[in-house]
Write a protein that binds this ligand. Structure first.
Ligand code: BES
Ligand code: ZN
Length: 474
């Protein structure tokens, strides 16, 4: 009865919920851009105010400063909010992030990325709509619905909302370990809504993420940028060295060339092989999400295996290189190549870093260049794998059936959420990923969107899940 009343409320108040998302998207809380740091703080305040207005007891935790290429920058606060503290009820920890990826109209957005626009397909377009403002507000909508209906929440909720997820969650790990026996003491299970359905029609529960290790490869030589007409052919050029080394990292078919990387990858079992057959995912879904048919692997199973359970190495960019339109005959004096490796069970990030450093050093030495090269790992986050048979997942599956009338797929993800493993390890509790958006939402890309139906049904899902999880043995 309570659940029906709640779902009905969500339907009737959907426009209010969309307005809440509109306000959140309007705050360009880009954590990776120092110019937007005040906006990240504003977004934190927005959430504090929303939560306080609903009666939550809210505190913010200062994480100190970040070293942004030598410049100290204030880290945005972690918002810790408690709704209910009835010892007779279970306590569910909800994690989400209020920062977003950068977005510029010039990148190819059809609308202003920080103005929420609903198109004729009822898609809510705007940066952060799916990653991760929509889901964070989904939980807040649930609290509001219960409050306004005079319905008791079936569990206590503890929020942990951070503003640095897109930039590696700096400082949060320490806080989680420090607060394990304090703020997080009574937590019975953890739920995170910060990923996506596999395709566009069927909901899923997610029990695995890849880790990510990010590397900076710096090559420098001349004291300043030089004229290529005067010095070209007479000195070792940093960019040529960098290209030579970076071209040895990964093949065009995706194979990682760093020796030893695949030795640590867990073997596929027959049991695992069988899990790919029934998933709601096709090559068409992949093509639609990519916007082209440039897939390396020919079938769904190998695509998903290479997304979920094999490592990948991506080249991201070169700092210091000439990248403007037009011609410029410069020899850059110092260039920094950026690449990352997504890691999987049973790879060890420390061992991975050692393999990468040794290999890159060897490859650079082979060049016989007089330039200097330094390879650094700027952050590493381990992979995460949970048991999808845990009662927390059973509750989420039941909630999915109530809202969507279908059993969810069980999926893993290729992306990373650094703190997922920290919660599992520090609190020794089950962690569930319960996504709200679809596989084609375009997180981190242009025209990011969240379908109105995913936002509204997703809000219902989060609420019904809380009712279901209150009934299982955790
Ligand atoms: N929401 C994503 C995580 C994600 C990505 C889940 C793809 C499922 C599929 C999150 O906001 C994110 O992008 N994380 C970063 C973490 C990194 C900066 C340490 C990522 O995966 O690149
Ligand atoms: Zn996210």
């Amino acid at each position: 009865m309570a659940v029906e009343e709640f779902m009905d409320y969500v339907d009737k108040h959907q426009n209010d919920f969309v307005e809440r998302l509109r306000k959140a998207v309007a705050i360009p809380s880009v954590s990776g851009d120092p110019n937007h740091r005040p906006d990240v703080f504003r977004m934190g305040e927005f959430l504090v105010n929303e939560l306080k207005a609903l009666g939550a007891s809210v505190e913010t935790r200062d994480l100190g400063k970040q070293d942004f290429h030598g410049t100290p920058l204030d880290l945005p606060p972690v918002v810790l909010a408690t709704v209910g503290n009835d010892p007779a009820k279970k306590t569910i920890l909800v994690y989400g992030h209020y920062d977003v990826q950068p977005a510029l109209k010039e990148d190819g957005w059809t609308t202003d990325p920080f103005v929420l626009v609903e198109d004729d397909k009822q898609r809510l377009i705007g940066r952060g709509s799916s990653d991760d403002k929509g889901p964070v507000l989904g939980w807040i909508n649930v609290v509001e619905a219960h409050k306004n209906l005079g319905l008791e929440l079936p569990v206590n909720i503890k929020f942990c909302l951070e503003g640095m997820e897109e930039s590696g969650s700096e400082g949060l790990d320490d806080l989680i370990y420090q607060e394990a026996d304090k703020y997080f003491k009574d937590v019975d299970a953890v739920t995170i809504s910060d990923n996506y359905w596999l395709g566009t029609t069927k909901p899923c529960l997610t029990y695995g993420l890849r880790g990510v290790s990010y590397f900076h490869l710096t090559v420098k030589g001349p004291a300043a940028d030089l004229h290529s007409g005067v010095f070209g052919g007479t000195i070792h050029e940093p960019m040529s060295d960098l290209f030579a080394v970076m071209s040895k990292l990964v093949q065009p078919d995706g194979k990682i060339l760093v020796p030893g990387v695949y030795d640590q990858v867990r073997a596929v079992t027959d049991e695992e092989e069988a899990t790919y057959a029934t998933l709601d995912f096709s090559l068409d879904d992949l093509h639609a999400a990519v916007g082209n048919k440039t897939n390396i692997h020919p079938d769904v199973k190998s695509v998903l295996q290479h997304r979920w359970r094999y490592p990948s190495l991506s080249l991201h960019g070169i700092e210091g290189a000439f990248y403007n339109p037009g011609d410029k005959t410069v020899i850059p004096a110092k260039v920094i190549g950026k690449f990352s490796i997504r890691s999987v069970p049973d790879m060890d990030p420390k061992k991975l870093t050692e393999l990468v450093k040794n290999y890159v050093n060897d490859e650079f030495n082979k060049l016989g260049s007089k330039n200097t090269m330094v390879i650094e790992c700027s952050h590493d986050g381990n992979h995460w794998l949970a048991s999808p048979n845990h009662p927390n997942y059973v509750a989420a599956a039941k909630a999915t059936e109530t809202v969507y009338k279908v059993k969810p797929d069980l999926t893993r993800e290729g992306g990373s959420i650094p703190v997922t493993l920290s919660f599992q390890d520090a609190l020794k509790k089950n962690v569930l990923l319960l996504p709200m958006g679809r596989g084609d939402d375009g997180a981190h890309s242009i025209n990011e969107k969240l379908d109105r139906s995913n936002y509204i049904q997703g809000t219902k899902l989060l609420g019904v899940y809380l009712h279901e999880v209150s009934k299982v043995d955790l």
